[in-house]
Write a protein that binds this ligand. Structure first.
Ligand code: HEC
Length: 122
C-alpha cells in the first residue's frame, strides 16, 4: 500500500527520465527539437519501427556516412519540401509548419541518432 503511493509520487521523475533518454544529444535546442518532433512527426515516424514513414534511426544511419554538412542540408530540405520514392510508396508531405531554422535543428538531431545505441543492436 505505502509502496504503491510512493511509486505514484515518483511518476513525474520517471517520466522526466524517459524524456532524457529520448534526447540523444545534450544540445541547447534539443528540448525544442524533440517537442516539435513529438508534436509533428511521431504521428508518422517512430524511432526504431516503421510506421507510415521509415524509423528515424534508420534514416539517420542511411545518411550519416556522407559529409555531415551535406547530409544535414539534404535532410533539412527533405523535411521542409517533403519526400517521395526514397523509402517506399507513401510520400511525405512538405512539413509546412517547420521553418528553416527548425528543420536544420531537426536534421542535426536526426543525424545524431545514427551513433546512439538502441536496445535492439543488430
Ligand atoms: C503524414 C506522415 C508524415 C509526417 C507527419 C512526417 N513524415 Fe517524414 N516521412 C513520411 C514518409 C511516408 C516518408 C518516406 C518518403 C519517401 O519514401 O521518400 C518520410 C520520410 C522522411 C525522411 C527521409 C527523407 C529522405 O530523403 O530519405 C525524413 C528525414 C523525415 N521523413 C523527417 C520527418 C520529420 C522531421 C517530420 C516532422 C517535422 C516528418 N518527417 C513528418 C511520412 C511523414
Amino acid at each position: 500500500m505505502l509502496h504503491s503511493v510512493s511509486w505514484v509520487s515518483h511518476l513525474p521523475l520517471v517520466v522526466f527520465c524517459g524524456l532524457m533518454t529520448f534526447n540523444p544529444a545534450a544540445k541547447a535546442d534539443t528540448v525544442a527539437v524533440t517537442d516539435i518532433v513529438r508534436a509533428q512527426c511521431l504521428s508518422c515516424h517512430q524511432m526504431d519501427r516503421n510506421r507510415v514513414g521509415p524509423p528515424f534511426r534508420e534514416i539517420a544511419q542511411r545518411y550519416a556516412h556522407g559529409p555531415a554538412q551535406e547530409a544535414q542540408a539534404y535532410l533539412q530540405r527533405q523535411i521542409q519540401q517533403g519526400s517521395r520514392g526514397n523509402w517506399g510508396a507513401i510520400p511525405m508531405p512538405a512539413q509546412n509548419r517547420i521553418n528553416a531554422e527548425q528543420a536544420q535543428a531537426i536534421a542535426a538531431w536526426l543525424l545524431s541518432l545514427a551513433n546512439s545505441s538502441t536496445k535492439e543492436t543488430s
